[in-house]
Design a protein. Structure first.
Length: 161
């Protein structure tokens, strides 16, 4: 990452100094260890979300298939019909949110950080893998260094001499 800077007569020396400090701060954050953790969290979210979407389709197919074996009992058919729609829908919604959040995390979108925190908290119920994934994701995303990564703004100051 290179920055070109020259001093404009209209720009004071203090704003040039602020610019250089901002640039050096960005370079420090580029080398941050938390950047690797954020990438891992994004990849984990995407991977588990794809698995969740496949599981939602598998549950839908399995419960629809099971509904064919229930012929005489209307109450059982109603319950299985409700479960064959609601369970895959719930898994699909949570997995889609995790997929969108994981992609957003990889490009450091601030909204994605909040979304993945919520999805990770919900995923903590899925013992043991969801709990480990959720605790790790929440730990990474609430870290102070991570906040700096998501709140950084590339300075748009053009200092010309």
């Amino acid at each position: 990452m290179t920055f070109e800077a020259s001093i404009d007569k209209k720009v004071s020396h203090s704003s040039a100094l602020e610019y250089l400090l901002t640039v050096s701060n960005i370079n420090v954050m580029e080398n941050s260890n938390m950047k690797k953790h954020v990438t891992v969290v994004g990849a984990i979210q995407i991977g588990f979300s794809v698995l969740g979407l496949m599981a939602a389709v598998a549950v839908l197919v399995a419960l629809t298939f099971a509904r064919g074996f229930i012929e005489d009992d209307n109450t059982a058919q109603m319950v299985v019909r409700f479960l064959s729609i609601s369970i895959p829908l719930l898994i699909g919604i949570i997995s889609t949110l995790g997929l969108v959040g994981g992609i957003g995390i990889l490009v450091y979108k601030p909204w994605a950080r909040y979304l993945v925190i919520v999805v990770s908290a919900i995923g903590c119920v899925n013992i043991p893998f969801g709990t480990v994934k959720g605790i790790y994701s929440i730990w990474v995303l609430i870290n102070d260094e991570t906040l700096k990564l998501f709140n950084k703004e590339v300075p748009s100051v053009n200092i010309v001499q």
